[in-house]
Design a protein around this ligand. Structure first.
Ligand SMILES: *[C@@H]1O[C@H](CO)[C@@H](O)[C@H](O)[C@H]1NC(C)=O
Ligand SMILES: *[C@@H]1O[C@H](CO)[C@@H](O)[C@H](O)[C@H]1NC(C)=O
Length: 203
């Protein structure tokens, strides 16, 4: 569970804007230098194997706080992508598709808009995304109930758990674990198992 309530200035590598400069030769905003090298593992496309970069469809605002926030926290996937690739060199592309509409891709590449300058690709319309978003899921929710989570924070956390449960249906299985110094299942009878996300169990 990630509770986000903060806004801040943060620049990410936008796959369309990287390496683009204005008339004066300065990099565009979100368009910093991003080193790309052709790599035969990736169809000889120029890629960056240390970093992923982010694509945002044209109909969305690059600097929308919800997108910037998501891009920020998903940045920690860079390490996961690189480690996965290290452990399994047969892996090719690795993706993260956000419900907010941005798309993080590893290795990082330069993304070209179509001939009309439009970036139509929206990961949320892709089959793999829809399938992952709607297929049966096993979900374990970890809730911090330590002293730092008093009052409003705990109320928000409970509402968040409740909203997550609302997204689960009969095909899904779940459990909830609370932790402070120790872990405990919120429902001791359901210790160590996943239960069907039917109405009775969710209640
Ligand atoms: C990936 O791009 C970053 C930013 O330009 C650069 O620092 C890094 O060296 C690049 N990685 C590779 C493998 O070229
Ligand atoms: C689950 O039950 C086992 C066996 O009764 C117990 O040892 C364990 O501490 C319990 N785990 C949690 C997280 O409650």
């Amino acid at each position: 569970i990630i509770i986000t309530g903060f806004l801040f200035q943060y620049e990410y590598f936008n796959a369309v804007l990287i390496n683009e400069r204005d008339e004066d030769g300065n990099f565009l905003e979100l368009g910093k230098e991003f080193i790309l090298e052709p790599n035969d593992h990736f169809n000889n496309l120029p890629v960056n194997v240390t970093l992923s970069d982010v694509q945002v469809p044209t109909n969305m605002y690059n600097k929308d706080p919800a997108i910037v926030n998501g891009v920020y926290w998903s940045e920690s996937l860079n390490k996961v992508f690189v480690d996965n690739f290290g452990h399994d060199p047969s892996l090719i592309w690795q993706y993260f598709g956000s419900a907010k509409g941005f798309f993080r891709q590893y290795p990082g590449i330069k993304w070209e808009p179509d001939e009309n300058g439009v970036i139509a690709f929206d990961c949320r319309n892709r089959k793999w995304y829809i399938q992952a978003a709607t297929s049966p899921k096993d979900v374990v929710i970890l809730v911090d109930v330590s002293g730092s989570m008093k009052g409003l924070r705990l109320t928000i956390a409970k509402q968040t758990v409740s909203s997550i449960l609302d997204t689960l249906g009969d095909d899904d299985f779940f459990n909830i674990i609370a932790y402070n110094e120790e872990l405990h299942y919120v429902e001791p009878c359901l210790n160590g198992t996943l239960v069907q996300a039917d109405r009775a169990n969710k209640e």
